[in-house]
Write a protein that binds this ligand. Structure first.
Ligand code: NAD
Length: 331
């Protein structure tokens, strides 16, 4: 049997990192997971799991020791409500985590390094309309990213470029577009729109109204977690070093998202709109031309299917926590 490649997944206690660990273990890698906390909903599949604060350089050195490839997913982050009201903490923590991790990887001679960027790096001036033109990778400049979180992501993309050019660290940069699925945060303030809407619909009774942030006409595309980890895997095995979108290119409004979740739940749910709540950009969609060309693949799971699986999982978690009334459970 050939020697297993030893990889590190940072943020392995979080949503995407936890799923990625499972995917890599299933593909035969030896995996070390690191996070500041253990996974919340099920045990890790990693061969080793270290609880470490990656803002500290010494911890990063420990995390990358004897590692050939790093998948960097650790970040202090959340949905739009969280990132708009915690900019200082986010840029401080994520700058420390990312710079210390890539520097430790360089020092330890890591062969390949993945940085997880975001659609939040795209300029606000390209996203002012709900009927937005899908965002191509080269649209990132001239830069006007999401304040705080998006600036740090774009800055770190540049760091990866410089570490490749000047130090020979072989980097990959992926820009996620709204990843969702089971085992993601669904409550507490850091959750994203699909999980928040699944929770609200699950807690509602048939014929109830749920609150939507903004007028609900803002648009997004959403990508199911299984496609996300498949795309990460393919990008890491490719020789492509420029930033690459990873998302679905089917754009819908938040109001349509509510209707899809209601359909998955088998409930009629009405909407109220809180126009004082943050909505982020008006419209956002991924242009997947380059993704298809580079990876020879694109996300496969339909939004309806992914939302149905996510809804069932969140409903199940709420039921376990005793938060569902008998009436709120779908027939
Ligand atoms: P997540 O919050 O579920 O996971 C991030 C993990 O990082 C958490 O488990 C957290 O505990 C850990 N972490 C935070 N501070 C740490 C520290 N100091 N030391 C060690 N670990 C620390 O988020 P996610 O959705 O899994 O996101 C993973 C990556 O993908 C992040 O870089 C995020 O910015 C990026 N991303 C995600 C999305 C999305 O839709 N989920 C979109 C764009 C980009």
């Amino acid at each position: 049997m050939s020697k297993q490649t030893r990889v590190l997944v940072t943020g392995a206690g979080g949503f995407i990192g936890h799923h990625l660990v499972k995917r890599l273990v299933n593909s035969g890698y030896w995996v070390r997971g690191v996070d500041i906390k253990e996974p919340e909903y099920e045990a890790t599949a990693a061969h080793e799991f270290h609880v470490l604060d990656l803002r500290k350089y010494d911890n990063c050195l420990e995390a990358v020791s004897n590692i050939e490839e790093v998948y960097g997913l650790a970040a202090n982050m959340g949905g739009i409500g969280f990132i708009e009201s915690n900019k200082g903490v986010i840029v401080r923590d994520n700058t420390m985590i990312n710079l210390h991790t890539i520097e430790a990887a360089r020092v330890q001679g890591v062969k390949r390094y993945l940085y997880t960027s975001s659609a939040c790096i795209y300029p606000g001036y390209r996203q002012n309309e709900a009927a937005v033109t899908p965002l191509r990778e080269e649209d990132a400049y001239p830069a006007e990213p999401e304040d705080g979180y998006g600036w740090e992501k774009l800055y770190m993309e540049r760091i990866c470029r410089h570490y490749t050019e000047d130090f020979g660290v072989d980097t990959r940069v992926v820009r996620f577009h709204n990843i969702f699925g089971p085992l993601g945060t669904y409550d507490g303030g850091r959750e994203k729109s699909p999980a928040a809407i699944c929770r609200k619909v699950a807690l509602a009774e048939d014929g109830d109204a749920i609150e939507v942030w903004g007028d609900g006409e803002q648009t997004r595309s959403y990508c199911y977690i299984d496609d996300c980890v498949e795309g990460i895997y393919r990008l890491m095995r490719s020789d492509y070093r420029e930033p690459l979108n990873l998302g679905q290119d089917r754009m819908i409004s938040i109001n349509q998202l509510v209707d899809m979740v209601s359909a998955a739940a088998g409930k009629k749910v009405y909407r109220t709109h809180d126009l004082t709540k943050p909505q982020g950009v008006r419209g956002r969609n991924s242009d997947n031309d380059r993704l298809r060309k580079i990876l020879g693949w694109e996300p496969q799971v339909s939004l309806e299917d992914g939302l149905a699986r996510t809804y069932r999982w969140i409903e199940g978690e709420l039921a376990k926590a005793g938060r569902l009334t008998r009436e709120s459970v779908a027939a």
